[in-house]
Ligand binder design. Structure first.
Ligand code: TLP
Length: 356
């Protein structure tokens, strides 16, 4: 048997555990498009309660929950404010424009964190030439911010500012439970500032599929309509909802292990010549590091890592991303760190040889 591949590309790569598969196999199901899948209903009620909202709707992906939220809050010709590096703006094909005729106003944050001072002059005046500012979207934890936890008081002031100017607020909480576990601040407190909140079940929580959007009963009735419009109505989806429920009931507290593993990996990478961490101590389970050009490009480094059994994603010509998750142990992290150091040494030698 070959050496085990350590997959740090994303926390989306986690596979359902045996217990989760049993829960899925045993799930009672119905037709959720008709509104009668009892397991989906249980998951939706569970999430609504966890987040302190009136209702919730289960969807296939976090991209869909985000886009449905934008569709709820905005009409064609409206604008929303978001941070430049957020997922909604960068990794959803500009779906807000393609699907909803909405434009984005981006604000450059510090590791994903923005302030009221940066947004306060961004609301468009009423004028026939201009789009209408309708919505503020935040992301917590912030993926491209290196898993950064947005400070709660910052969220409070931004959402308070938004509300006082008539804007709706949406939270992309794909990894909200990482923030919950890392801070000890419960999900309801984080969610209380937003009109709608999206959470993902298939990231660190380890379920195979699915995201949930939560908000008021009225907004969620709209969300069901838009989910159908976007092709996300699912029939016996209790099978996958059961995996999500299991994840929420059993895999939240263990996210702390992923955070400890990310810190461990960061500590090891810190000592490798030619690699530079974007943040020395990751808040949660995501870390980014830059590869010095003398070691080659990020893609070359990634290829060598892959050949040695460690998978990561490139973020740019110089930057790589690694995530810790349910299927990665601290031993795996030590092993990955050893391989990273060896590959860096190899690249240095290759660089020196090629420049002789
Ligand atoms: N993130 C994925 C990729 O799309 C980049 C990953 O590997 O990190 N919000 C945030 C903050 C996300 O990180 C993601 C997925 C989504 C939304 C979208 O979720 P899905 O993949 O379910 O559409």
């Amino acid at each position: 048997m070959g050496a085990r591949v350590i997959d740090l590309r994303s926390d989306t790569v986690t596979k359902p555990t045996a217990e989760m598969r049993t829960a899925m196999a045993d799930a009672e199901v119905g037709d959720d498009v008709i509104g009668c899948d009892p397991t989906v209903a249980r998951l939706q009620d569970y999430v609504a309660e966890l987040l302190g909202k009136e209702a919730a709707v289960f969807m296939p992906s976090g991209s869909m929950t985000n886009q449905v939220a934008i569709r709820i809050h905005c009409k064609p010709g409206d604008e929303f404010i978001c941070e430049t590096d957020c997922h909604i703006y960068n990794y959803e094909q500009g779906a807000f424009a393609q699907l909803s005729g909405v434009v984005a106003k981006t604000v450059c944050g510090q590791h994903g964190v923005i302030t009221v001072a940066q947004v306060q002059n961004l609301i468009r005046p009423t004028n026939d030439h201009l789009v209408r500012t309708r919505l503020l979207c935040l992301e917590n934890t912030h993926n491209r911010g290196g898993g950064r936890i947005l400070p709660l008081d910052g969220i409070e002031s931004l959402c308070e500012w938004a509300r006082s100017h008539g804007l709706a607020t949406h939270l992309d909480g794909a990894r909200l439970f990482n923030a919950v576990v890392a801070t000890g601040i419960d999900a309801q407190t984080w969610a209380s500032h937003f009109d709608t909140v999206s959470i993902c079940l298939s990231k660190g929580l380890g379920a195979p599929v699915g995201s949930v959007l939560a908000g008021s009963r009225e907004h969620m009735a709209e969300a069901r309509r838009h989910r159908k419009l976007f092709g996300g109505g699912m029939r016996q989806s209790g099978i996958i909802a059961a995996g999500g429920l299991y994840a929420l009931q059993h895999h939240v507290d263990r996210l702390a292990e992923d955070h400890a593993n990310a810190k461990l990996l960061a500590n090891r990478i810190k000592d490798v010549n030619g690699l530079e961490l974007i943040s020395d101590s990751p808040d949660t389970n995501i870390l980014f590091f830059d590869v010095d050009p003398s070691l080659g490009t990020a893609t070359e480094f990634q290829t060598r890592l892959r050949e040695a059994g460690v998978l990561m994603l490139t973020e740019s010509k110089v930057r790589l991303r690694a995530l810790t998750h349910l299927d990665v142990t601290s031993e795996d992290v030590e092993q990955a760190a050893k391989i990273i150091a060896e590959v860096a040494a190899e690249c240095r030698t290759a660089g020196v040889t090629s420049s002789v």
